[in-house]
Design a protein around this ligand. Structure first.
Ligand SMILES: [Mg+2]
Length: 216
């Protein structure tokens, strides 16, 4: 394995509760109903496309809403936690000289402030921010081309159905993590290559894939 690329929100950073609060606070401004905890829970079973359809938000307003959510998140990003165990896994993978990267829809400022706060910034070789909600596959494809990587050298790690779809679109392996936004059931329905419940399972997967490549 050469390169392990991570999603940020819900995969590395425990930002989902904060994002849900912000999105609810902005409801009157953007013309949708705030979601109660039960409704939020039901959203976790939906694909990104289904969620957008159910959200009552005009598609034209979505880019403006996302920009506003990110700027509100900026105020609290340094108070938010890492997903427990993720820091250790990132350090372990970097120590084994794997190349680590991030592809996210969040802003550069939020990601850099968070990584700096948790002393993780220097572990990442590249960080691509500002991908559109359904535009991660384009970004991933560009990274493969720029770094002259074959699809089988790259692993994408994410917590949402759209992460799985983005990786599958360009035929790279994808690890879905069950500690983020989408439910296990929603993730399974998209058939990721791997589904993990604990961050340290990622180290085992990478070791296993490396072994398989060496024996080819
Ligand atoms: Mg995510």
């Amino acid at each position: 394995m050469a390169v392990i690329i991570f999603d940020f929100d819900g995969t590395i950073a425990d930002t989902l509760a904060a994002i849900a609060d912000i999105t609810n606070r902005l409801a009157p401004l953007f013309g949708y109903r705030p979601a109660d905890p039960e409704k939020l829970k039901s959203f976790q079973n939906l694909s990104t496309q289904q969620l957008l359809k159910q959200s009552e938000i005009s598609v034209f307003k979505i880019p403006f809403l996302l920009r506003r959510v990110k700027s509100e998140l900026r105020r609290e990003i340094q108070q938010l936690n890492l997903i427990p165990g993720v820091g250790e896994v990132l350090n372990a993978l970097a120590a084994e000289e794997h190349t680590l990267g991030i592809v996210t829809s969040n802003s550069a400022e939020n990601v850099h402030l968070f990584l700096k706060k948790h002393n993780l910034a220097e572990l990442f070789s590249f960080i691509h921010t500002g991908a559109t909600l359904l535009g991660k596959s384009k970004v991933l494809k560009r990274i493969l081309r720029r770094h002259k990587l074959n699809a089988d050298q790259v692993l994408y790690v994410g917590d949402e159905t759209r992460d799985i779809e983005a990786a599958q679109k360009i035929s790279i392996r994808v690890v879905a993590v069950s500690w983020g936004f989408n439910s296990r059931q929603a993730l399974i329905s998209k058939k990721p290559d791997f589904l993990i419940d604990q961050p340290n399972q990622l180290v085992q997967i990478v070791t296993q894939l490396e072994g398989a490549q060496c024996s080819r």
